[in-house]
Ligand binder design. Structure first.
Ligand code: ARG
Length: 459
C-alpha cells in the first residue's frame, strides 16, 4: 500500500507505477533527503510536535538509513515511489509508528524542493572548482606562450597575427563569466522552501529560519505557493551549464581546427587522441568532438526544463518531477567533460614553427594601412590604397613586401623606404599593447588580472 493509499480501494496499476516512480533517479538525493529530515525532526521537536526523546529516536533511525545508503545496502521495496517515500517507509520499519510523525506539516512538495536545492548547491560547488581548474590550466599554458605568434582569424579567414597566450586567455574570461553566473545563481538557490507544506504553509510552529540555518541555506522563501513550484534555480543552472558547454565547444572547435595537419599549430597529447580502426595514420581529437557534441545535450536539457515550466498552473504539479533527470544529466555531462578538456589544455603541445609558417604577409595589411595613417593619411583612404596593393601583389604573385617601392609610390607618395619595417609579425603584435591587446606586455598584464580574479572568486 502506498504511503498515501488510505483513500483508495485498489492498488496502483503496475504500468502507472512504472510511469510515475522516480526512485530510479531521485535516489541519488538520499543524503540531501535525509539531511532535510534530520533538520525537520529537530524543527518539529522545537515546535512541540514531538518530544526531545522522540526526536532522538527519529534522528538515530535516519542516521542508520544514511549508513545503509552509504554502504549500498539499503533495500528498496516495491512501494518506494521516490526517495522521500523510501526513507519514510524505512524509518517507520525502524522506529514503528513514531516514524510516522516525521511528516507532520510537511509535504513531499516542500521536501523535494528542499532536497533538490541542496543537491544543486553541492553540484554548483563541484562544477565551480572544475571550471577553476580549467582556468588555471589556461593561465599556465598562456604564460608559456606570451611570445608565440600565430595567425588570428575572423570569419575563419586569416586576419591579424596574435599571440597564442592571447588566444588561450580569451577562454579564461568566458569561463570567468560562467563562474560569476554560478555564484550569482547560487544566491537564489540557497533559499529554503522547507516549512511550506503542500502549498499553503504549515500550521505548526516551525521556526523556518532556524530550519534553514540548520540546513545551510542563506535565506527562507517568502511565499509557500511559489516555494513548492519554483524551479528557476534549475533553469538558471541548466542555462549556466549550457553556456559553459557552448564555451567549451568553441574552445574544442579551435583545438580541432588548429590540430588538423593543414594547420598543425598544436598537437594533442596521445592520451587524449584517438586513432582509426581502418586508417593507420589517423589522429583524431575525439574528446573535443565530444565536448562539441555533448553541448547539444546541455542545451537540450535547458530547453527541456523551460518547456516543462511554461504552462504549469499554480503550485506543485507532477510535471516538475521532470526537472531531476535534466539537471542530473547536465551536471554529469559537464563533470565528465571538464577534467578532460582541462587535461588537454595542460598537455597541449604548441608548434610555433607551424604557426610562423602560416603567417602570411597579408595579415599585415592593416599594419600597412596604419603606416600611411601615421604619415597623416585618413584611415579610410589608407584602407583603399592598401586594398589596391593587396590586389597588385595577388595579380603578380608577389608578397606585399616584394612590391617595388616605385609601384607603392604610384599608389601613394607617402610610401618610403621605412615601409619595409612594417613586415614584421612580432612587431605587429608588439604594437597592440593597449589594455586588452595581443602584445606580450599587454597579455602579461591580462594574466596578472586573471590571477587576481582567481584569488578573489572563490565560491
Ligand atoms: N517525486 C516527486 C518529484 O520529484 C516528489 C514530489 C511528489 N509530490 C506529490 N505531490 N506527488 O517531484
Amino acid at each position: 500500500m502506498a504511503l498515501w493509499g488510505g483513500r483508495f480501494s485498489e492498488p496502483t496499476d503496475d504500468d502507472m507505477r512504472a510511469l510515475q516512480d522516480s526512485i530510479g533517479f531521485d535516489k541519488r538525493m538520499y543524503a540531501q533527503d535525509i539531511a532535510g529530515s534530520i533538520a525537520y525532526a529537530r524543527a518539529i521537536a522545537a515546535a512541540g510536535v514531538i518530544n526531545p526523546l522522540q526526536a532522538v529516536s527519529i534522528i538515530d533511525g535516519l542516521h542508520k538509513i544514511l549508513g545503509e545508503f552509504d554502504d549500498g545496502i539499503f533495500e528498496f521495496k516495491p512501494g518506494d515511489e521516490d526517495i522521500h517515500t523510501a526513507v519514510e517507509r524505512r524509518l517507520i520499519e525502524l522506529t514503528g509508528p513514531l516514524g510516522g510523525k516525521l511528516h507532520t506539516g510537511r509535504s513531499r512538495n516542500d521536501q523535494v524542493a528542499t532536497d533538490f536545492r541542496l543537491w544543486a548547491l553541492d553540484a554548483v560547488k563541484e562544477i565551480d572548482e572544475l571550471v577553476m581548474g580549467l582556468q588555471v590550466g589556461l593561465v599556465e599554458q598562456a604564460e608559456k606562450h606570451l611570445h608565440t605568434v600565430m595567425p588570428g582569424y575572423t570569419h575563419m579567414q586569416p586576419a591579424q597575427p596574435i599571440t597564442m597566450a592571447h588566444w588561450l586567455m580569451s577562454f579564461f574570461w568566458m569561463l570567468s563569466r560562467d563562474r560569476e553566473r554560478l555564484s550569482d545563481m547560487r544566491r537564489r538557490t540557497s533559499v529554503s522552501p522547507l516549512g511550506s507544506g503542500a502549498l499553503a504553509g504549515t500550521p505548526f510552529a516551525v521556526d523556518r529560519d532556524a530550519l534553514a540555518t540548520d540546513l545551510g541555506f542563506d535565506s527562507v522563501s517568502e511565499n509557500s505557493l511559489d516555494a513548492v513550484s519554483d524551479r528557476d534555480y534549475v533553469a538558471e543552472l541548466l542555462f549556466a551549464l549550457a553556456l559553459t558547454g557552448a564555451h567549451l565547444s568553441r574552445l574544442a572547435e579551435d583545438v580541432i581546427i588548429y590540430s588538423n595537419p593543414l594547420f598543425g599549430y598544436i598537437t594533442l597529447n596521445d592520451r587524449y587522441s584517438t586513432g582509426s580502426s581502418l586508417m593507420p595514420q589517423k589522429r583524431n581529437a575525439d574528446p573535443m568532438e565530444l565536448a562539441r557534441g555533448k553541448t547539444g545535450r546541455l542545451i537540450g536539457n535547458l530547453t527541456r526544463i523551460l518547456v516543462v515550466l511554461k504552462g504549469l498552473p499554480s503550485t506543485y504539479n507532477k510535471d516538475l518531477q521532470e526537472d531531476k533527470e535534466a539537471l542530473f544529466d547536465s551536471v554529469d555531462t559537464i563533470k565528465l567533460l571538464l577534467p578532460v578538456v582541462t587535461a588537454i589544455i595542460n598537455t597541449l603541445q604548441a608548434r610555433p614553427e607551424k604557426m610562423r609558417a602560416a603567417l602570411d604577409e597579408e595579415m599585415l595589411a592593416t599594419d600597412m594601412a596604419d603606416y600611411l595613417v601615421r604619415k597623416g593619411l585618413p584611415f579610410r583612404q589608407a584602407h583603399h590604397i592598401i586594398g589596391e596593393a593587396v590586389r597588385l601583389s595577388a595579380t603578380h604573385s608577389l608578397k606585399l613586401s616584394q612590391i617595388p617601392l616605385g609601384h607603392l609610390k604610384e599608389l601613394s607618395e607617402l610610401f618610403e623606404d621605412d615601409v619595409a619595417d612594417v613586415f614584421n609579425f612580432d612587431e605587429s603584435v608588439g604594437r597592440r599593447k593597449a589594455k586588452g591587446g595581443t602584445a606580450p606586455e599587454a597579455v602579461a598584464e591580462q594574466i596578472s588580472s586573471a590571477k587576481n580574479w582567481l584569488e578573489t572568486h572563490e565560491l
